[in-house]
Design a protein around this ligand. Structure first.
Ligand code: ADP
Ligand code: MG
Length: 274
């Protein structure tokens, strides 16, 4: 897969690599409020198959809310979120009553297509690594126990933890627990994986093993959206790097963004995290 560095944006104002294929995730005019406070002021973003999109920016800028809107953990106030060609969200302003049939996907179907990995690993402490991965295969995918266990083992192998399959979360390091959480998301064969600061809760010496697994996934062609402060990692995998501040996309680019940010807010942020 060729990188499309420097390709012109297909649409002005849309964060995209410029790939013209149908995006796996297409966000248009996404607005989100909590109470009276609007925290996303209209986000436009395309994520194409095999692309690795990095979201970065100050705390509170809305990165998590964008990710959570992609799998409807947050319901957009307006705008459209399209995953794998199916429309979710309330639609764009003016779209209602336009005569277009309101054909919208169901959240449960969406969540099967979108794997999510959080800062906190959210593993069940009373289940082994294998059981943690196998459980949603049975409950969400409706697989039989044997098939679920086989699939779970395969996913644990992918993150290098097959030999820890029978361990409980309490017997694993934070890095290993996060790798189990990655295996759990991966086992659903998602169209896209979302990572929300997956290494932020880890002791520094455990960050590398998680980034290595994510790097392997990226190399294998997984479509990924990653919120991270690990800008070295972002530089390695980011096909499209998106700097957010105060609920808007301020600046986007390939890795050259990290060397030559043009917006002062992005420059300030980069100075602060270095
Ligand atoms: P980031 O991930 O970039 O740190 P968030 O998306 O978590 O930012 O938050 C964006 C803004 O929305 C912040 O001001 C945050 O306080 C606010 N916010 C996020 N979730 C909620 C919520 N459930 N209720 C109220 N405010 C929220
Ligand atoms: Mg966040």
């Amino acid at each position: 897969r060729a990188r499309r560095d420097g390709a012109p944006a297909a649409q002005p104002g849309v964060a995209t690599t410029g790939d013209t294929s149908q995006p796996v995730v297409r966000i248009r005019g996404l607005r989100k409020s909590f109470g009276d406070l609007e925290v996303l002021h209209g986000i436009d973003l395309d994520v194409h198959a095999g692309e690795h999109v990095v979201l970065f920016g100050p705390s509170g800028s809305g990165k998590s809310t964008v990710l959570r809107s992609i799998n409807l953990l947050e319901e957009p106030n307006s705008g459209s979120v399209c995953v794998d060609g199916v429309e979710y969200g309330p639609g764009l302003p003016g779209e209602k009553g336009s005569g277009k049939p309101a054909k919208r996907g169901k959240p449960i179907e969406l969540r099967r297509k979108v794997g999510m990995v959080f800062q906190q690993f959210n593993l069940f402490p009373h289940l082994t690594a294998l059981e943690n991965v196998a459980l949603p295969l049975r409950s969400v995918k409706g697989m039989k126990a044997d098939d679920a266990n086989r699939k779970a083992a395969e996913s644990l192998r992918q993150v290098g933890l097959l030999q820890r399959a029978a361990h409980y979360p309490g017997q694993l390091s934070g890095g290993q627990q996060q790798r189990v959480a990655i295996a759990r998301a991966l086992s659903q064969d998602p169209k896209v994986m979302l990572f929300d600061e997956p290494t932020s809760a880890l002791d520094p010496e455990l960050v590398g093993e998680v980034l290595r697994v994510m790097h392997e996934l990226a190399e294998a062609g997984m479509t990924m959206v990653v919120v991270t402060h690990e800008l070295g990692f972002a530089r390695e995998i980011g096909d499209l790097n998106v700097f957010m501040d105060a609920g808007v996309v301020v600046e986007t680019g390939s890795s050259e963004l990290f060397d030559h940010p043009t917006d002062p807010r992005c420059q300030d942020f980069m100075r602060a995290v270095r």
